[in-house]
Design a protein around this ligand. Sequence first.
Ligand code: BTN
Length: 258
Amino acid sequence: MPAVAPPDPETLRAELLRPGGLWTHIDYVSETGSTNADLARLARSGAEPGRVLLTANQTAGRGRFTRAWTTPPGVSIALSILVRPRRPLAEWTWLPLLAGLSVADGLTACTGLGVELKWPNDVLIGGKKVCGLLSEVVDTRGGECAVIGWGINVAMDTAELPVQTATSLLLEGERVPMTEVAAAVLDSFAEHFGTWDAGERERVVAAYARHCTTIGKRVRVVLSETESIQGHADGVDESGRLLVDGRAYAAGDVFHLR
Ligand code: BTN
């Protein structure tokens, strides 16, 4: 008996598929290698954007920096989407931030937990990582698309965590059905993506800034093995870069100092 119910695609379809809405197909598979790789393959073979693919049993998950993303079966959601923004490609740097904002909002909506966003898109509960996300650009005959995938730790126990700096909703005291979690994240993404894609960047920046606890703190940004800076995180700029003492940083490991 799983700790929480697996995703129910019929319920997700009934809740999320609407005429004119972002989502056109919601597919659930009982097991797959990587939901991101599956959607990228579908996109290259002509599938249109608007697709969602999810499983609770991903066997060859992909993480950032070509790392593996490994999870035991039945305790986390692998959820990927295929979208084609109208914004110019140079602005797609916002997609990982939108994806982080959406999962933070979604998890806040379906739990009573305080969910923090550490720039750019680390989703934390009590300082521990509850979700990893990977945003990839895919070349297709119809133009570039983005595949965005979330790995959400729903029901892992301590022994199942990949690292002790991770957590799960269950370990934080929330037993939430996977259908509810996925619906909340997809709903939130559709809203934030719609706002951003319509060119209302200020609203998205404001929503991001409300959730991102990096902003307003003193931070250390590790830029490389030999270089790091410290300063006050003032906000994010129009490309989603972190502004520290007025200078913009596109990438780096951030540590909150206070
Ligand atoms: C990270 O390294 O933190 C990112 C992990 C992203 C994992 C998700 S799970 C769903 C989707 N499919 C994948 O193969 N990876 C992403």
